[in-house]
Design a protein around this ligand. Structure first.
Ligand code: URP
Ligand code: ZN
Ligand code: ZN
Length: 464
């Protein structure tokens, strides 16, 4: 047997455990996992390295409409360069229709924005903000059929938050057509009440973004979302879970026999609300929703990562420039946190943070790392078995990690369009040194290589 590429000597994290073997690749697909493979046109010596499935980041925001005058810092090229440099081979951004734009039109526009730009493979979740009969009765079923098998509903944000009735209607489309509903669970009325009160008291600095979105706001909405899913009879995914009380809601729901999946993100094991209280206006760099909590939540989130309360570890990459009136310094942002665009960049740092804090510090195994960062994303969002695991027949989406490489995260070395990272100076051990998408190297030694070759992925139903 001859191969286009053979990766030799890595510790390979396969779907059935970690083992030392060679990987044979032909036509962009893994064709052999075996010992002493020969006849490779390209031989990659990976001794001392770990081969992990290419990261799938199933929660990123790229070029998403963000309100008048506000612009996300990444387009599909910069966002996917950053993703590839952080060890990812697939990303799933959200497609949000503009005002008066149909879901189908929005998808067309997004696909055009992504076309020929991507250094990773890509597919979109849909954001459902309108629940009119055309959207729910025609567009959404047609789009699910066409491979858009997951969508997000919001319980917060003006213009996006749906009522309980609307959420039930969306869930019933998911039930009928076998799709996954993702929920942003925060109680909009409670947030508005707290924000009005803070504003009246003159508490308008970035820190009060966190104070006005406290844990009960997220816990109540999570409980309600789960109850709505129970009523509608659908599984659901609760995204960006920030704290232990919300985890308990999820655990209790599972004990009642419900199918609930859960996602968390690096910000909830490494940042705190105090970061939003940094000198001057620097706290705005950390404004995201749900906000980071206290460090007392970190061990609870770790317990959830270790004990499988969490299925997914995503970035919620939502990049804005700090020194820009189209970003964190939006008009009125310095005088009132309500005007600060929500979101932080993180697609390039998600995997190194989890590898270092999780694998290197002995909290999780390599196999669990692979599940949390790739396999479960592929299963829940309809990409498995083509994506998400190193196994024969899967795309050769493989990342070689140097487990001994120590690094300080620094904006100067990142590739996103944002002008800062919330993790400046954060020490990590372990870093991806080569990313391969369908057998082709897209990142080598920290820099993107080659032309954009990312494909648009048509997704199947979730594997529940
Ligand atoms: O603050 C955040 N997370 N912004 C991104 C949008 C979202 O809710 O995921
Ligand atoms: Zn969200
Ligand atoms: Zn998000």
């Amino acid at each position: 047997m001859s191969y286009k590429t053979v990766i030799k000597g890595a510790r390979v994290v396969t779907s059935s455990g970690a083992t030392e073997c060679d990987i044979g690749i032909n036509n962009g697909v893994i064709t052999t996992l075996g010992l002493d493979l020969k006849n490779g046109e390209n031989i990659i010596d990976a001794s001392g390295l770990i081969a992990l499935p290419g990261g799938i980041d199933s929660h990123v925001h790229i070029s998403q409409p963000s309100g008048p005058g506000i612009e996300m810092a990444d387009d599909f090229h910069s966002g996917t360069c950053s993703a590839a440099c952080g060890g990812n081979t697939t990303i799933l951004p959200f497609c949000l229709p503009e005002a008066n734009q149909s879901l189908r039109e929005a998808v067309k526009v997004y696909r055009n924005k992504a076309l020929d730009q991507c250094m990773t493979d890509v597919s979109f979740h849909l954001i459902i903000k309108d629940t009119d009969p055309v959207t729910l009765g025609q567009d959404l079923p047609a789009l699910i059929q066409a491979g858009y098998t997951s969508f997000k509903v919001f319980m917060t944000y003006a213009g996006l938050a749906l009522t309980d009735r609307q959420i039930l209607e969306v869930m019933s489309v998911a039930r009928e057509h076998n799709a996954m509903v993702m929920v942003h669970a925060e109680n909009e009325d409670a947030i508005n009440f707290l924000q009005d009160r803070a504003e009246r008291a003159g508490k308008t600095d970035p820190y009060h973004h966190a104070i006005t979105r406290p844990i009960p706001v997220e816990r109540e909405a999570t409980h309600r979302a789960i109850s709505l899913a129970e009523i509608a009879g659908v599984p659901l995914t609760i995204v960006h879970v920030s704290n232990g009380e919300v985890m308990q809601e999820i655990v209790r729901a599972r004990q009642r026999g419900l199918t609930v999946f859960a996602e968390t993100c690096p910000q909830y094991i490494t940042l705190t609300a105090n970061d939003l209280d940094k000198d001057g206006f620097d706290g705005a760099k950390y404004v995201c929703s749900p906000p980071p909590r206290t460090s007392e939540e970190w061990p609870k989130i770790w317990a959830g990562i270790e004990q499988r309360t969490f299925d997914l570890f995503s970035s919620d990459h939502c990049p804005f420039r700090f020194a820009s009136a189209a970003g964190k310094n939006a008009p009125g942002a310095r005088s009132n946190f309500r005007n600060i665009p929500n979101g932080i960049p993180g697609v390039e740092t998600r995997l190194p943070i989890l590898f270092s804090e999780g694998v290197v510090k002995g909290r999780i195994s390599l196999e669990r790392f692979a599940e949390l960062t790739a396999t479960n994303h592929a299963r829940l969002y309809g990409l498995y078995p083509r994506k998400g695991a190193i196994m024969v027949g899967a795309d050769a989406d493989i990342v070689l990690w140097d487990p001994d490489k120590s690094k300080q995260i620094a904006q100067a070395n990142l590739h996103h369009g944002s002008d800062y990272t919330p993790w400046e100076g954060f020490e990590v051990k372990g870093w991806p040194i080569r990313t391969m998408l369908r057998g082709v190297t897209t990142m080598l030694d920290g820099e993107p290589t080659g032309a954009p070759m990312g494909e648009y992925l048509i997704r199947r139903a979730p594997i529940i």
